[in-house]
Design a protein around this ligand. Structure first.
Ligand code: HEM
Length: 488
């Protein structure tokens, strides 16, 4: 858990807090809605803004130069090593070994050992499995009935892809149960109440996290053992990410320890399933709200009847419109709207301000993507802005930047470009009139507070007006025909 108290005050812009309860209240508000908080700080202008004025406990960093300073120097701006802590000896405590909770040489070693699981050679196998799993999963999507939770459908789809590609499991009860355990663990651990009160006492959510971690990591330990005793997969067979991790060695013959393997098996799933699911759901929503963009995308994907499924490493030139739609969707609604907090080491200076050791820094892709100096009309979903446009370094961050850039970016890019066309060529989606669409951020992921409820219809090319939407999504993106952005 980040250290949030006990810092000396220093001049930093930000909202004032009332004495005593003011700071805990602001911290709770921040943990509950980091996107709302960071957008409010962004509107103040400047490279630094504190969640509580003059308090370096939690400071947001804006602008490509300041963001570069933080993200490109991981030795000085480290990840919190106590982001997951469990009671000593518990399986939850093993998560301290996850790549996102280690720094320095240990982090470098994890990245080197994880790289082959996401290298070129692995991608073709994942593409085939992704398409096959999606084929089966999409066949069960409910068509033509009452409106359903589309975010739940994309979550189940991404979960099936993840258990297949990362764990090599067939998508039947046991595999999805594993996925649900992982999802539950993240949900509990990232609840603001768990973060502010991590007490292992009966009835407390933290106690539940310890139990769920025990069940999840116990199951993963069995899986690792089965894979290890089966030996490396034959060269002509599909190799899942976990098998690759188990059998990858450094030049000196060392490999990930048992605890590290279990932590990374959990990380892969946690980092790689909901992010893809929410990118799909936000993109489906944005396309429904922008019928002209949907038509242009379909012109490319389904000009006349069937088009062969795209498989293999993605070649953007095959569907440039789809490519721009995904880029723009990840700009407007990045599924990771805030990065992991960075903890300052001694002598850390950002934007000309020296910050104390232990200060926590927040970088927000969502705020970076709304810089009007880089993106004209930043609140509008305009995929064509990407024609001939490359944003400056450290100003487009859907996968982060610097030495801690997303390990699974290539996997995610490929999966999105396989799954989205498969979805769009099978179904039409309609937002029911007056649907509520609002954000919820947990585990750094941009979710839907009350779900994304839409009607799923059989595919057709009839142009429809977008559904009328209420909710705070209108403070994040200007929807056509609805006037200007509604302030948060
Ligand atoms: C649309 C999908 C995805 C998005 C938007 C996304 C986004 C990100 C971002 C923004 C970071 C940087 C976090 C930071 O700097 O604090 C990150 C890191 C990471 N991602 Fe992803 N990710 C996605 C999919 C995946 C997948 C599929 C995997 C693996 C299977 C994965 C594994 C990781 C890991 C292990 C890290 C930590 C890297 C490190 O600390 O060195 N991600 N991701």
């Amino acid at each position: 858990m980040p250290r949030l108290f006990g810092f000396a005050r220093q001049p930093l812009p930000g909202p004032r807090a009332l004495p005593l309860v003011g700071k805990p209240w602001r911290l709770y508000r921040f943990l509950d809605d980091p996107v709302g908080a960071v957008l409010a700080l962004h509107r103040q202008g400047g490279e630094l803004a504190a969640v509580v004025r003059d308090d370096p406990a939690l400071v947001a960093v804006f602008g490509p130069a300041a963001v570069r300073a933080v993200l490109s120097e991981p030795a000085r701006f480290q990840h919190d090593e106590a982001v997951f802590t469990g009671p000593p000896g518990s399986r939850l405590d093993l998560l301290r070994n996850a790549i996102i909770a280690v720094n320095g040489e240990v982090h470098g070693r994890h990245r080197r050992l994880m790289q082959p699981a996401f290298g070129r050679a692995a991608m073709a196998g994942y593409a085939e499995e992704t398409a096959a799993v999606a084929e089966a999963c999409l066949a069960s999507w409910p068509v033509g009935g009452a409106p359903v939770r589309v975010d739940a459908l994309t979550r189940e789809l991404a979960l099936c892809v993840a258990v297949r590609c990362f764990y090599g499991m067939d998508v039947v009860g046991g595999a999805t149960e594993l996925g649900h355990l992982a999802a539950e663990l993240v949900e509990i651990l990232t609840d603001p109440f768990t973060i502010l009160a991590p007490f292992n006492l009966p009835g407390m959510p933290y106690r539940r996290a310890v139990r769920v971690a025990d069940a999840l990591l116990g199951r993963l330990a069995e899986l690792v053992e089965r894979k290890r005793s089966a030996g490396p997969p034959p060269a002509d067979a599909f190799a899942d990410a976990l098998s690759r991790l188990i059998h990858t060695t450094e030049a000196d013959g060392t490999r990930l320890s048992e605890a590290e393997l279990l932590a990374e098996a959990t990380t892969l799933f946690v980092a790689g399933h909901e992010t893809i699911a929410m990118t799909l759901a936000w993109t489906i929503f944005l396309l429904e709200q922008h019928p002209d963009v949907l038509e242009a995308t379909l012109d490319e994907l389904a000009p006349a009847g069937d088009v062969p499924q795209p498989t293999g490493p993605w070649d953007a030139s095959r569907a440039p419109t789809l490519d721009r739609v995904i880029k723009e969707s990840m700009r407007v609604m990045p599924s990771v709207p805030t990065l992991f907090l960075r903890v300052c080491g001694a002598g850390a200076t950002v934007g000309g301000v020296e910050l104390p050791a232990g200060a926590n820094l927040l970088v927000s892709p969502l705020a970076a993507h709304r810089d009007p100096a880089i993106y004209s009309e930043p609140d509008r979903f305009l995929p064509d802005r990407w024609v001939g446009f490359t944003p400056p370094a450290f100003s487009y961050l859907p996968f982060g930047a610097g030495p801690r850039t997303c390990v699974g970016a290539a996997f995610a890019q490929q999966a999105l470009r396989i799954l989205l066309p498969m979805i769009l060529r099978r179904f039409r989606f309609e937002v029911p009139d007056g649907a509520h669409v609002s954000r919820l951020t947990r585990a750094n992921i941009l979710l839907f507070k009350r779900g994304l409820t839409m009607r799923v219809l059989p595919f057709d090319r009839v142009q429809r007006a977008p559904g009328r939407v209420v909710g705070d999504v209108r403070s994040l993106v200007a929807l056509p025909g609805r006037g200007a952005l509604v302030p948060a």
